[in-house]
Design a protein around this ligand. Structure first.
Ligand SMILES: [Zn+2]
Length: 434
């Protein structure tokens, strides 16, 4: 697999014989963020809520105690309309607003994502054989505790739904998206009758929940309060096409988006499939065609940049990333790739500036610290270089490397600037907490 296009795979882990990857796809994450923003505002939540995308065919979404809303790519893939995804976001925000996770388990903060997902996958596996009873035995220890912390009671589900109703209606939406999403869940449970969809394991779906949503919707209709503003769903459609192509084999993408289909979404998906097949030039030509159609779409430029970098056309890649960021400067994942391209071109000053901006916004991304560590090293700042690499190791829970880099950084303490000495102390404190 080629490196750059799939930098959208942030890290992978295995849970119960299944492989999961956290994806760093700029378009889908930004879409979730923008869709969630008005709901968070209505809910009065001012904390920074992080959206995380996990590559998996399962339908699932859940909040982790670090206040991240986690989406499985399968949920977006199986949603027919954007309102269904928005309804799920509203429901998850409902859990955050009601502080369900923080009430349930303070200790859950220590759980890493792999532990949580292996817990969820474990429940699914256990449910096939011995529902409930076998769960703790099969997945064991921490994963079981993490899963219990994520599972909601019926009362909590009702509460999160009630908050979602209010958030959606206050934002001019009906409950159709939510009701339709319940329908998808139900349909999938029938399809896979032996294994309930993962979503059900963390969010029990009862007939009561469906009825409650329907009743609420009926009352809205009677009160003439259903507005469901018609909003443009073209961004959703393009995002979904890109996500499909990034999470499926190129042949599957080419079967779904056949060459006869000249719509933008089909060309977009195919351009990614070709890039995955190593046909970068063909892919770039298609993306340039799309850019002619929609010159203000920052994601076409982002993908074009990735394709160029992947085929070694670094200057063209930088150019495309810069154009994307001119349209939407807040695309930090694109800026991270720009930083990497600058680094590859040994434009160290520009790389440093780009990494520094990204570090402010994505301080928990290991690759940001990795890049900074390399830039510092090349510029001769050995101590800072080791500190940045220690940060990377800490984020990856790689205690051995972290110890190594902290020790190495300490040896350069004499030549460090004052801020760097302070940084060294902070890293040592973070290390002790591990
Ligand atoms: Zn729920």
């Amino acid at each position: 697999m080629k490196k750059y296009l799939f930098c959208c795979l942030l890290f992978s882990f295995n849970a119960n014989a299944q492989s999961y990857s956290v994806m760093a796809d700029v378009e889908s994450i930004q879409w979730l963020k923008e869709a969630g923003a008005p709901l968070l505002k209505t809910a009065g939540i001012t904390d920074n809520i992080n959206y995380r995308l996990i590559r998996s065919d399962d339908i699932n979404a859940f909040v982790t105690p670090d206040k991240s809303i986690n989406f499985f790519s399968g949920l977006i893939d199986k949603a027919d309309t954007q309102d269904e995804v928005i309804a799920v976001i509203a429901h998850e925000i409902g859990h955050i607003k009601a502080q369900h996770h923080f009430k349930t388990s303070q200790r859950a903060e220590k759980f890493t994502l792999p532990t949580i997902v292996s817990g969820i996958a474990g429940v699914a596996a256990a449910a096939v054989g011995a529902p409930q009873a076998g769960m703790a035995l099969i997945i064991g220890g921490q994963a079981a505790t993490a899963t219990q912390a994520l599972q909601h009671s019926r009362i909590q589900e009702r509460e999160a739904d009630q908050i979602a109703y209010s958030l959606l209606t206050k934002n001019g939406k009906s409950l159709k998206g939510l009701i339709d999403f319940f329908g998808i869940i139900k349909q999938n449970s029938l399809l896979y009758s032996r294994v309930p969809p993962a979503y059900l394991l963390s969010h029990p779906l009862t007939a009561e929940r469906i009825d409650a949503a329907r009743n609420y919707q009926e009352n809205l209709k009677k009160g003439n309060k259903v507005t469901n503003k018609k909003i443009d769903d073209s961004t959703f459609i393009l995002m979904k096409a890109r996500l499909f192509a990034l999470t499926h084999k190129p042949m599957e993408t080419l079967r779904k988006f056949i060459p006869l289909d000249k719509s933008s979404k089909a060309i977009y998906a195919r351009s990614i499939a070709y890039a995955l097949q190593g046909k970068g030039k063909k892919s770039a030509a298609m993306l340039n065609e799309l850019i002619k159609r929609k010159p203000n779409n920052p994601y076409f430029y982002d993908m074009l940049g990735q394709v160029y970098v992947d085929i070694g056309m670094l200057n063209e890649g930088v150019n495309a990333f810069e154009k994307s960021l001119k349209i939407k400067p807040e695309l930090y994942l694109t800026r991270l790739q720009l930083a990497e391209a600058y680094l590859a071109l040994t434009k160290l000053n520009k790389a440093f500036d780009a990494y520094s901006i990204v570090r402010q916004k994505l301080p928990k991304w290991p690759s940001v610290w990795h890049g900074l560590g390399i830039v510092y090293g090349k510029e001769g700042y050995k101590g800072e270089s080791h500190l940045a690499l220690a940060e990377e190791a800490l984020l990856k829970h790689d205690i051995k490397s972290a110890e190594f880099h902290i020790k190495a950084a300490t040896e350069y303490k004499q030549e460090m600037s004052e801020p760097a000495k302070k940084w060294l102390n902070e890293v040592k404190v973070a290390m002790e907490d591990k």
